[in-house]
Unconditional design. Structure first.
Length: 250
């Protein structure tokens, strides 16, 4: 594992943990999966997706765990979290050759608010760090979402913090043609993300001609995917999804 700094804001340095395949070939490029931890844009840690990072590094992926600004540690808003997420993907694309990354096969992934960041990197155009190079795309080529926050509108998660900017911040309000292939995991007893919201999100993606594989886990609550047997089950389904889009060999 290699630690890299992708961004500095004043004196704050923000880092990535990059896990490489054991059989890394210098001249090759690899599909890359980028994980954003959950925690309501308030807290959380890159430790959340360490198991996933090791799993995909063993499967010939480059895997990246992103640290980003959150309220409890940096006194920031969800908008700064999104700026950081987009900066991280831009950094990976800009340095793709040096890092061995296939810039056209970057998977955005995350849980809860981290799932929001992965999706919003694709859906949002307007929220960017002032000194980011906007000619470099921050859009993932595929999405793996674990009970993601996708509706920030009235009645949705985070509306009290996002306010009238929800129309730009909220993924479900910004689905357009060309949306990347997506897999979405949700427990039916999730107290933050209603099943109806997930179904509506899936329908909107399919309406623009894209793919969203929605998996509902009966009686499971928010964050269920962090523990067994659901940790292994969701990883297995993700493997099948990544095989289906030719990012992972069968």
């Amino acid at each position: 594992m290699v630690e890299l700094m992708y961004k500095q804001v004043d004196t704050l340095k923000l880092g990535l943990k990059v896990y490489y395949p054991t059989s890394l070939q210098k001249e090759q490029t690899y599909p890359t999966i980028v994980f954003f931890f959950g925690g309501g844009w308030n807290g959380g840690s890159t430790k959340q997706f360490e198991t996933h990072a090791l799993h995909y590094a063993a499967k010939n992926f480059i895997t990246v765990l992103v640290d980003y600004r959150v309220k409890t540690r940096h006194n920031t808003t969800p908008f700064e979290s999104l700026k950081d997420a987009k900066s991280a993907i831009r950094y990976l694309r800009k340095n793709a050759t040096k890092l061995g990354i296939d810039a056209n096969r970057i998977v955005g992934s995350g849980g809860s608010a981290g799932g929001h960041l992965a999706a919003a990197c694709f859906t949002n155009e307007s929220i960017n760090e002032a000194n980011d190079d906007l000619t470099i795309s921050a859009k993932p080529n595929a999405l793996v979402l674990f009970n993601p926050v996708i509706d920030n509108g009235i009645g949705g998660y985070g509306f009290e913090r996002i306010g009238d900017r929800y129309m730009e911040f909220s993924p479900i309000h910004n689905i357009q043609k060309g949306f990347p292939p997506t897999i979405f995991f949700l427990g039916t007893n999730d107290n933050l993300i209603p099943v109806e919201t997930a179904q509506k999100f899936t329908n909107k993606i399919e309406e623009v001609g894209s793919r969203c594989d929605l998996y509902l886990f009966t009686n499971q609550v928010h964050g269920f995917f962090n523990k067994e047997p659901f940790l292994s089950e969701t990883i297995l389904k993700t493997d099948v999804f990544l095989q289906s889009i030719a990012y992972l060999k069968p």
